[in-house]
Design a binder for this molecule. Structure first.
Ligand SMILES: Cc1cc2nc3c(=O)[nH]c(=O)nc-3n(C[C@H](O)[C@H](O)[C@H](O)COP(=O)(O)OP(=O)(O)OC[C@H]3O[C@@H](n4cnc5c(N)ncnc54)[C@H](O)[C@@H]3O)c2cc1C
Length: 496
């Protein structure tokens, strides 16, 4: 078996780790594994490269483990170093993302060594995959060397590599340019790494950040950490901020579980959104909590005052009520499975609450919430909802919003890429996969493999809810993909 892993970020690390720990030669033979990664951020991907210390992981250690089902794997790696990075309100270590990147690098290196001991030949090719095509019984990948790709030299550095199986781990997109500002002086189209992009913003500069999700929060917090004294405006259409993490509690959901949903599906043949709501209601009632009050507060996310909610949620980080915790966790754990069972009309019904779902599913960490609150209270940060247009004007930017207009000297794009967005580096690759019928674009976004030799791990995989993949989601997908690959390998070995 010759496995080609396209992309060398967290998803690829999860896959290598799962292959290394899943049984190796006992599973029926080995072969080659080639990882293709054009960027210098091998194993770290887009999120976990070197950056400012203010750019922190967005989740507590138990849900940053790259090994599926082993909730202590990352915490054990972090060990005593975690104590230097404790988020006081959360009571958990939240480290700079670059440090988490070291964890990924070490996991990948260990997995590569373990796979080598099991007889696999693993190598990394510093190149971008531009095409995958059928070739007899196998597949051929065409690549462009990173150097020639960067210099746009169409005739250099093109190579072919054979594979029996391909796993796409190409990640998600970059922030979309909603107001066509790319190339304008003072505009930052992609904020990461913030260490580079914020270096050109003077401390007293008048900055507008587009977006109000986690990327925009990273930008504001990093401006503050650099001692920014100028005004900061957070521009968005909705004005909805991410909810705030609560302290983890040791109470795994009892009702909202994959098993319960699977049982409902087996007994009735269908699963409706109302069934999932009933499970959540049962979960809260069992814990002695008021489901209706919880639902009312949740549904007000789109309409209530975001600053008042931020203040309220900062005050209840340690509140023992489980409602938001259960929802936050199960969106990632039960959500992808349940979503596939829902009818189109139920998916559309949920889709109307997407903004609320995203802000609950991907909350901000209390440390960042505290910085935002302080900046809001001192008037240095302003939330500007209802943004309609941003245009360059006389060396500045004019911003039109429902409440009037304002201007800024610098604009940083902090819009979260939409789920299932195709990264620029993978566009031609995806065209080749769909042109050859190896995969198809899913009507709701993402890529559906049409050939058992093609797999997708990460944001691009189709059929799941429109929520960006988190580390546990990636780890679960990677483990399932490793099992599928090793089953095929076992089958092939049994035929020999
Ligand atoms: C800024 C940011 C912060 C995040 N923080 C957290 C967090 O704290 N906690 C959490 O749970 N989740 C977080 N996430 C979500 C998720 O965990 C990460 O996005 C995760 O790192 C995704 O890993 P990936 O391997 O799927 O994609 P990526 O990390 O993007 O890696 C994909 C790799 O594929 C390569 N590639 C693309 N096209 C090609 C091609 N054609 N050929 C070869 N290689 C290619 C790219 O160069 C890239 O290195 C964050 C996401 C972002 C963007």
């Amino acid at each position: 078996m010759d496995i080609a892993i396209i992309g060398g970020g967290a998803a690829a690390v999860g896959l290598l780790d799962a292959l290394a720990t899943a049984g190796g030669t006992d599973m029926g033979g080995t072969g080659t594994i080639t990882v293709f990664e054009p960027s210098p951020r091998l194993w770290r991907g887009r999120a976990y490269g070197p950056d400012l210390d203010s750019v922190l992981v967005n989740a507590p250690p138990a849900i940053m483990s790259i090994r599926n089902g082993d909730f202590d794997h990352y915490a054990a790696w972090l060990g005593e170093r975690g104590a230097d990075h404790t988020d006081e309100l959360l009571g958990q270590p939240l480290v700079p993302r670059a440090l988490y990147g070291e964890y990924l690098v070490q996991c990948a290196e260990k997995a590569v060594a373990a796979l080598g001991e099991q007889g696999w030949r693993v190598r990394v090719v510093t190149a971008r995959v531009t095409e995958v095509v059928r070739s007899g019984p196998g597949l051929v990948l065409r690549t462009r060397d990173a150097h020639d790709d960067a210099h746009d030299d169409a005739h250099q550095g093109t190579h072919e590599h054979e594979a029996t199986h391909v796993v796409l781990c190409v990640g998600g997109g970059t922030p979309p340019d909603l107001y066509s500002l790319t190339g304008r002086p003072g505009y930052t189209a992609d904020p990461y790494p913030l260490a580079d992009t914020l270096a050109s913003v003077p401390p007293g500069g008048d900055v507008a950040v587009i977006g109000s999700g986690l990327t925009a929060v990273d930008v504001v917090v990093s401006l503050a950490a650099r001692g920014h004294t100028g005004g900061i405006a957070l521009l968005s259409r909705s004005g909805v901020l991410p909810h705030v993490w609560q302290r983890p509690i040791a109470r795994p959901p009892q009702q909202v579980t994959v098993d319960r949903v699977a049982r409902l599906h087996k007994d009735r043949g269908t699963v409706a959104l109302d069934d999932l709501i009933s499970l959540l209601r049962a979960e809260l009632v069992e814990a002695g909590e008021d489901f209706d009050a919880f639902a009312r507060e949740l549904l007000a996310t789109d309409t209530d005052d975001p600053v008042a909610r931020l203040r309220r949620q900062l005050a209840v980080v340690a509140d023992p009520r489980i409602g938001r915790r259960v929802l936050q966790e199960t969106v990632h754990t039960v959500g992808p499975y349940a979503w596939r069972l829902l009818s189109e009309s139920d998916r559309a019904r949920l889709g109307r609450h997407l903004r609320t779902a995203v802000s609950v599913a991907s909350p901000m960490i209390p440390r960042n919430a505290t910085v935002l609150m302080r900046l809001l209270d001192t008037g240095r940060l302003t939330l500007v909802p209802g943004v309609r247009a941003i245009e360059p004007s006389k060396g500045r930017f004019r911003i039109w919003h429902d409440g009037g207009d304002r201007s800024a000297e610098f604009v940083v794009n902090g819009v979260n890429p939409p789920p299932h967005a195709v990264p620029g580096a993978a566009r031609d690759l995806l065209s080749s996969l769909t042109a050859t019928g190896l995969s198809a674009h899913h009507p709701s976004g993402g890529l559906t493999p049409l050939d058992p030799r093609v797999h997708v791990v990460g944001d691009l995989s189709a059929g799941g809810p429109a929520i960006t993949a988190s580390i546990p989601g990636l780890a679960a997908q990677a483990a399932a993909t490793a099992q599928a690959l090793l089953r095929t390998s076992l089958h092939a070995a049994s035929l020999r």
